[in-house]
Ligand binder design. Structure first.
Ligand code: ADP
Length: 394
């Protein structure tokens, strides 16, 4: 298929899109329709000349926004549409060509991702209406982690909670962990091997990848487990919920809201969920920001050390996501907490590898596990999987 792929990431009130050519170097048309359903709904993006535009779309719904996006594709006709779907449960181990049975299976997993899957499905429905003739492919955040062995995905809970209700660890950010670990395998002389990946953005997760297969990851049943994130707590004592309910009278929804929206960097710093600001304030001596940075880095190091148990050999660590790609401070602090792993960071390379640069950060002549920064490309990976799925249907 030579035609470009339209990648769609549909939220409850937004649609992120990118038109991606089969030549990965070709420029992309990309943008975001946001605040859908409200009077200040709008479409923002860039054209092929790199010029930004903002188009008001008052009260537009998803289908109207897709029609507006279609007008922004500058006459280029997509050959397929790739949808980012958050939760594929145990049903989907890879991308799937959308038909009624696939939609039904995504609907059944909606209980596991009540905020995300229904929005993703609304995106598929609207896209089918606007592009009835195009093949649609569902690409799942969870699919890459379906290779986890039971010892990594099972919680120590009564079996029926797993067998009857699907309570297990699923993991997320799969397209990102898959993309960066595969890229490291291509760039490094060590090949596919054993890689620890750290996707550090607003959401954060780590993964242990062996021979292009995920063997463990820090997120679990939901994207709340694991690392400290922008506004998410990551791991807390499982007894916390009962404690907050009994002692403070908080409802399940209140607890959920605090752990998802008011915790993480924001909760610890008392300032912001934005790592740039946390770093600036920490440098200026703000105690909350210093603590937030400290806890954030310590928890990443602890998670990487724990996940190393999943790998037969350790070939290196990969940093990606907005923070992983841009923060020499976080990379330095994390690696300083792992002295026994034998990493050797070249400070100049660490400082210089920012703003979308890809590179190895090792000191010259170092032979231990490698340190890489690889800018993630979730959209590119979704386009690649979509193309593959359309060209080689099962
Ligand atoms: P998302 O998970 O929403 O895709 P990103 O991957 O873009 O988010 O990551 C956003 C995070 O990256 C924010 O915390 C932001 O502060 C951080 N970030 C971006 N640039 C820098 C930088 N130069 N230094 C430190 N953190 C940065």
């Amino acid at each position: 298929m030579n035609a470009p792929v339209l990648v769609i990431n549909c939220g409850s009130s937004s649609i992120k899109y990118a038109l991606i050519d089969s030549d990965p170097q070709a420029p992309r048309l990309a943008g975001l329709a946001e605040r859908l359903g409200s009077s200040d709904a709008r479409l923002k993006g860039k054209n092929s000349a790199g010029e930004s535009f903002t188009q008001p779309l008052p009260n537009a719904d998803h289908a109207e926004a897709l029609n507006a996006i279609l007008q922004r594709l500058e006459g280029r006709v997509p050959g397929a549409v790739g949808h980012r779907i958050v939760h594929g449960g145990e049903h989907f181990t890879q991308a799937a060509l959308v038909d009624d049975s696939v939609i039904e299976a995504i609907e059944t997993t909606a209980a596991l991702a009540p905020l995300h899957n229904p929005a993703n499905l609304a995106g598929i429905a609207a896209t089918r209406k606007v592009f009835p003739e195009l093949p649609q492919v569902a690409v799942f955040d969870t699919a890459f982690h379906q290779t986890l062995p039971p010892r990594a995905y099972r919680y120590a809970l009564p079996e029926a909670l797993y067998t009857e209700h699907g309570i297990r660890r699923y993991g997320f950010h799969g397209t990102s962990h898959a993309f960066v670990s595969q890229r490291a395998g291509e760039l490094s002389s060590r090949g596919a091997g054993g890689w620890l990946t750290a996707h550090l953005g607003n959401g954060c997760s780590t993964a242990a990848v062996w021979n292009n297969q995920s063997l463990d990851t820090s997120m679990g049943l939901t994207p709340l487990e694991g690392l400290v994130m922008g506004t998410r707590s990551g791991d807390v004592d499982p007894g916390l919920h009962a404690h907050l309910h009994r002692q403070l009278g908080w409802s399940v929804d209140e607890i959920d809201n605090v752990l998802n929206k008011q915790s993480g960097l924001l909760g610890l710093s008392g300032l912001t969920n934005d790592m740039r600001e946390v770093e600036d304030q920490a440098m200026a001596g703000h105690p909350g920001a210093k603590l937030a940075l400290d806890v954030f880095c310590y928890r990443i190091a602890k998670s990487l050390a724990a996940l190393s148990c999943a790998l037969p050999t350790l070939d290196g660590v990969i940093f990606t996501g907005g923070i992983g790609e841009n923060s020499p401070i976080v990379r330095r602090e994390v690696l300083a907490l792992l002295p026994h792993f034998g990493f050797s960071l070249d400070e100049a390379a660490n400082e210089a590898t920012i703003r979308g640069k890809e590179g190895k950060l090792d000191s010259a002549g170092h032979s231990g596990p490698e340190v890489w920064v690889i800018p993630t490309d979730e959209e590119g990976r979704i386009a690649m999987e979509t193309r593959h799925c359309v060209e080689t249907p099962e």
